[in-house]
Design a protein around this ligand. Structure first.
Ligand code: HEC
Ligand code: HEC
Length: 429
């Protein structure tokens, strides 16, 4: 009897424990995935009012109203096929080659794509609520513009099989290396009137000067590469600092850099690092005083802590994919070189997600200038085969170019075979 009691109460206790356990796991998993979904939505769609800058000030909408889809995609615009209006999908997947060419040359099609929300990172504003009104009166941008790509689709055109960035969005953290944001902005009435077009067009795809056109302006032309957004929990556990200069670090550093980008770089209606800011800035070191002086307090800020933390949770969910397509034997030999003769592991130790403290100004042939002159942090190396070109200034087109750069810089004396082995190892990370 006694035994039975003990056994049944034990059973109840276990059942309660198991029940509680699985419930709380389910709930927290649900909450976490809801946060990820909410953060993704903010990341993709939220402008926080930056249409006042991109539309009203720069006049970007006047450019987009007249650009043909083929020119837009050539400038790196990514199109979410799931949101393309059905009649346009029908034309593009049909067999009438002339109709496809016509659609790709028709600015009306671009306007309809923007209105349908199919152009990633671009949000249109209109004078009327009429469904047929596709003429932009203003336009805002979201984080997705530079940090999201799609799985491209190959279309049969009169010119033959042509692969275009129209497809399923990937949301995998790979940067949009084709996005030529500077060139797009170079066509705006503001850039033309202020003689900025040549500078902007010179940035090239996959780069943006976040220290220009805003309070962060450092007076030099130093566009930087869009980095991949992944593996943050593991990187941050090893002391990772965000930004090429490593300015953002510590608790809520991702939410903090998001606030800085939304408010300062993207000109949203915010108040970074002032009394109406959404969250305390997570800075490894402060910006220079002249920049700090320009930060404006803004009681009307619409950038809220909850949305920044959602974006942070979304970014924390992104992982670089498992490596594929490398030669195992060569990679094993490359690992030995990486940790030995080639000295890579002195700055990129494997046990710390390939990062270490310290900033360097002598890795690229042309040293970083302006507010980057203090040096570039050591970036992580996972997923590196997916994120060409390399270095903060995109100065290395391939992984072999990277290895060649270190071979020269550190007088490593690597043979061609050893360089290949190192590249295969990098592809395996
Ligand atoms: C116009 C293109 C563009 C847009 C839009 C953009 N970014 Fe970036 N992002 C960049 C560039 C360029 C850098 C590197 C800047 C630097 O450090 O010099 C960067 C860096 C980052 C980093 C640092 C990653 C690391 O490992 O160091 C994070 C995080 C980030 N962006 C998140 C965001 C978020 C969140 C948004 C929206 C609020 C956003 N970005 C919008 C271009 C863009
Ligand atoms: C002295 C420290 C140091 C050493 C040694 C070093 N790296 Fe790096 N590595 C860095 C820094 C700092 C950067 C970023 C430099 C920049 O962008 O200006 C970098 C960038 C890279 C990148 C490009 C990352 C990206 O996202 O663009 C790769 C790949 C890389 N290193 C691989 C290697 C390999 C392979 C070796 C050995 C042959 C090596 N590194 C040796 C510090 C180092």
């Amino acid at each position: 009897m006694k035994n039975q009691l003990i056994r049944s109460s034990l059973f109840i206790a276990l059942a309660v424990l198991a029940g509680c356990g699985s419930n709380s796991t389910d709930n927290s998993a649900q909450v976490a995935s809801a946060q990820v979904a909410a953060g993704k939505d903010v990341f993709l769609n939220e402008t926080f009012g930056n249409e006042k800058f991109f539309g009203d000030t720069l006049g970007l909408h006047t450019v987009l109203n007249g650009v043909a889809p083929k020119d837009a995609v050539a400038l790196g615009v990514q199109v979410d096929l799931n949101k393309v209006p059905a009649d346009i999908v029908a034309v593009m997947t049909g067999s009438d080659l002339a109709a496809k060419d016509a659609a790709l040359n028709d600015p009306t099609v671009t306007r309809r794509l923007i209105k349908a929300g199919a152009v990633i990172g671009v949000k249109g504003f209109y004078a009327t609520t009429s469904a047929s009104d596709t003429t932009l009166t203003s336009v805002g941008i979201s984080c997705g513009l530079c940090h999201v790509t799609v799985k491209p689709t190959t279309f049969n055109l009169t010119a033959g099989a042509t692969t275009l960035p129209i497809g399923d969005p990937l949301y995998n953290g790979v940067p949009n290396a084709e996005m030529d944001a500077g060139k797009i902005l170079s066509f705006t009435p503001f850039a033309v009137a202020n003689n900025l077009s040549t500078t902007l067009a010179g940035w090239g795809p996959g780069r943006f000067d976040i220290r220009a056109l805003n309070e962060l302006d450092d007076g030099v032309d130093n566009p930087t590469a869009f980095p991949p957004l992944w593996n943050f929990p593991a990187l941050q556990a090893n002391g990772y600092a965000l930004g090429w200069d490593g300015m953002f670090k510590g608790t809520n550093a991702l939410a903090s850099i998001a606030e800085a980008v939304y408010d300062l770089v993207m000109h949203g209606n915010g108040s970074f690092a002032t009394s109406h800011g959404a969250i305390p800035p997570a800075l490894a070191f402060p910006p220079r005083q002249a920049v700090l002086n320009k930060f404006q307090d803004n009681p009307a800020s619409v950038i809220t802590a909850d949305k920044l933390l959602q974006v942070q949770t979304f970014l924390q969910s992104l992982q670089s994919p498992a490596a594929i397509g490398f030669d195992q034997t060569q990679a094993a030999a490359g690992k030995n070189l990486f940790e030995g003769k080639a000295k890579c592991a002195t700055c990129h130790p494997a046990g710390t997600e390939f990062i270490s403290a310290g900033r360097y100004s002598d890795i690229t042939v042309t040293p970083p200038t302006g507010d980057l002159a203090g040096g570039i942090k050591v970036p992580g190396l996972r997923g590196i085969s997916l994120t060409a070109p390399y270095f903060h200034d995109n100065s290395a087109a391939t992984l072999l170019d990277v290895v060649n750069r270190f071979d020269t810089r550190d007088a490593l004396g690597l043979t061609d075979a050893e360089k290949t082995q190192l590249v295969e190892y990098l592809k395996s990370l």
